[in-house]
Design a protein around this ligand. Structure first.
Ligand SMILES: Nc1ncnc2c1ncn2[C@@H]1O[C@H](COP(=O)(O)OP(=O)(O)OP(=O)(O)O)[C@@H](O)[C@H]1O
Ligand SMILES: [Mg+2]
Length: 281
């Protein structure tokens, strides 16, 4: 097993392959169980948080930490999956809708191709994993975005942003002759990034090569070398912020869902109690 308890913590190793430990049967196996009643699992951590929320009527937090690639995002998704499953009473996957072939449409939206080697930044390592079907995963993700209630506009924005990140990695810069200054080496990729983000391509390139920084009360234009532009976090920083915003709205939504579930349960209990009281007269 990949999960182990150590004191209050649940430690996890990344198995780098899909293990059959996250299906609906697994969810029900942890439902309402105490920590020591079942093997260590992220579902147990999730269920305990849910139980504590119900009994103590306190908001709960799950802290997920680890180095890059450790599995934080995957495990966060498992926590959300757990709450979503127990809140709606089982996973409802509409497979007929899933396989309608959204993929060409998505590729068009993000201005990307199906060849990972067109985007070296995301294809430097191993690009396939035997047990993972990227097409199925993408369709499932697309479906999940719908189920979670994102509007179509928001979904298009997610794909465009993803496309922008991919093309961002393909932009090329060269050094100006006899100067420590970077300049764009072609604008084709920048044009795509700008189109996807709704920016003016020339302005974006100018901001990358000659960023304006505030010094005291004045703005000054700064020169940038090629490596500085290459590692510039500006644009990616903004994207990261946008992603965080989306994630927190997702968490809020899950919280609301769970709260609604508890309230409805409470309401049923209340009406039942009232019923018992009335019928005893
Ligand atoms: N429990 C798991 N089962 C199967 N594969 C996993 C699991 N956890 C992680 N992985 C694999 O490891 C990859 C990296 O995990 P993940 O994206 O969750 O890392 P992270 O901790 O969020 O990294 P970063 O800090 O860079 O965002 C996943 O894309 C997946 O392929
Ligand atoms: Mg992550």
């Amino acid at each position: 097993m990949i999960y182990t308890y150590s004191g209050l913590f649940c430690a996890t190793v990344n198995p780098y392959k899909w293990l059959p430990v996250y299906d609906a049967e697994c969810v029900s196996a942890y439902r309402g169980k105490k920590r020591m009643e079942a093997p260590p699992h992220i579902f147990s951590v999730s269920d305990n948080a849910f139980q504590f929320m119900q009994t103590d009527r306190e908001n709960q937090s799950v802290l997920i930490t680890g180095e890059s690639g450790a599995g934080k995002t995957v495990n966060t998704k498992r926590v959300i999956q757990y709450f979503a499953t127990i809140a709606v009473g089982g996973p409802k996957r509409d497979d007929s809708k899933m396989m309608t072939g959204h993929i060409p449409e998505i590729l068009d939206m993000a201005l990307i191709t199906t060849n990972p080697y067109d985007f070296p930044m995301c294809s430097m390592g191993q690009i396939t994993v035997a047990s993972i079907d990227d097409k199925v995963e993408l369709e499932a993700t697309d479906n999940a975005i719908d189920i979670l209630g994102f509007t179509n506009e928001e979904k298009v924005a997610i794909y465009r942003m993803t496309g922008a990140v991919l093309h961002h990695g393909n932009m090329k810069f060269k050094q100006k002759q006899r100067e420590e200054q970077a300049e764009p080496d072609g604008t084709e990729e920048a044009d795509k990034v700008a189109y996807l983000l709704g920016l003016n391509s020339a302005d974006m390139l100018k901001a990358l090569c000659y960023p304006r920084v505030k010094v005291g009360n004045e703005y000054v234009t700064k020169g940038q070398t090629v490596p500085q532009v290459f590692f510039k976090a500006g644009l990616l920083g903004v994207l990261e912020e946008m992603r965080d915003e989306k994630l927190s709205s997702l968490v809020t939504m899950t919280q609301a869902l769970a709260r609604g579930y508890v309230m409805r349960k409470e309401f049923v209990k209340m009406t039942e109690r009232r019923h018992v009281k009335n019928s005893s007269f």
